[in-house]
Design a protein around this ligand. Structure first.
Ligand code: GLA
Length: 367
């Protein structure tokens, strides 16, 4: 850009300790933000031209607030979407030049896409000074996914990326949209992410299938019992789990209960119990929700056999991406090394790993 930034904004990727596929079902989850970020630097112009470059992927998005259209670069759909959705709320004061960069692995289930749209929304909010509160901002970032990417996601990723607290987790209730900080009492542990090397981009259509199956499951239950309004009114005994939609709901109900047990274990510093709960969550995602894959199952099983690992589960949308592992701090290296070398000898995909810290949500500065 060769200019000084007027605004710099950054948004982290997120991890979800537990609460998989509960967000669009009005359930519970326990996300936190990880020390991988996407940052946007923006310099206001005196005319109405907009020019955005990705430092990592190349390509340029150009035009004005009215004319900007996505190009072939997949990132441009997010950025053009952010400009359109934000522009519907607040007129931009002028054009701008901007660049962005980041280190959130993409296609990994760590929400690089939410980090991208939350970083952009945060930059635009900071620049315009618009009175948009955090819940509004996450809804706007979600609208970008719905309208410009065709992914009917819930709010988990956006809330994790924007509202997380340093060192802590968030108990999110997606029915009441309340977000409560959870203190992490665990000591001598590391959160380790293992990337299966299976990209999960193609998963969006199966993701949409799950959204539809749950809606259909709820409808069936409501036909049998009209007093049921939402998934939260459903109890396991009314489900007929040989029907796909109701089996999906069985996962959501059991997962909501696990989230509450996990919160207690996290606060009490009980890594053993939390590890068991993670394993149960994985089994439910694999069997009732059917969003795992052979590589993720292998990673989870192998991790659970390692003496340094309390428990593991797949994270994110599924069908690839990463597992989350709760590991004894002093065995982190040996855990990663032995699990990944065994994985390499069995699977053709190239795995990756990192241990992360829980960090604060997105923020911005003006200069
Ligand atoms: C993806 C979606 C989220 C959530 C998770 C599964 O990350 O974007 O909204 O549904 O999958 O928990």
């Amino acid at each position: 850009m060769g200019k000084t930034a007027d605004v710099v904004a950054w948004a982290p990727g997120r991890i979800n300790v537990i609460g998989g596929h509960t967000d669009y079902n009005g359930g519970l989850a326990l996300p936190g933000a990880i020390n991988r970020w996407i940052s946007v630097a923006l310099h206001a112009r005196s005319d109405d031209s907009i020019r955005v470059r990705s430092l990592d992927f190349g390509g340029e998005l150009t035009g004005t607030a009215e004319s900007v259209r996505p190009t072939d670069a997949s990132w441009s759909r997010f950025v053009a979407g952010c400009l359109a959705v934000f522009g519907e709320r607040v007129a931009l004061p002028s054009g701008f030049d901007a660049v962005f960069t980041g280190d959130v692995p993409d296609g990994a289930g760590l929400s690089s896409s939410a980090a991208l749209s939350v970083a952009w929304m945060t930059a635009l909010r900071e620049w315009t000074g618009a009175p948009i509160d955090d819940l509004d901002l996450v809804r706007m970032a979600q609208a970008v996914e719905h309208r410009f990417l065709g992914v009917k996601c819930g709010l988990l990723d956006q809330i994790g990326s924007l509202m997380a607290t340093p060192g802590g987790l968030l108990l999110v209730d997606f029915q009441s949209l309340t977000v409560a900080p959870v203190k992490v009492g665990l000591t001598d542990i590391r959160w380790v992410v293992l990337h299966s090397g299976v990209r999960r981009e193609l998963a969006s259509s199966s993701y949409l299938d799950r959204v539809d199956e749950c809606a259909e499951g709820l409808l069936r239950v409501q036909q049998r019992d009209p007093s049921i309004r939402t998934v939260r009114d459903v109890t396991p005994d009314v489900l007929e789990p040989d029907r796909i939609g109701e089996r999906r709901l069985r996962h959501v109900l059991s997962e909501n209960a696990r989230v509450l047990r996990a919160v207690q274990a996290v606060e009490a510093g009980d890594a053993e119990t939390l590890g068991v709960i993670l394993g149960e969550a994985h089994a439910s995602l694999r069997d009732d929700y059917e969003v795992s894959c052979a590589q993720l199952d292998w990673l989870v099983e192998s991790a659970s056999r390692h003496p340094g690992c309390y428990g593991a589960r797949m994270v994110g949308g599924g069908f690839g991406g990463c597992t989350l592992n709760l590991v004894r701090a002093d065995q982190t290296e040996s855990f990663i090394e032995s699990t990944l070398s065994a994985y390499r000898s069995r699977c053709s995909e190239t795995p990756r790993s990192f241990a992360f810290d829980l960090v604060a949500g997105a923020d911005a500065n003006s200069f």
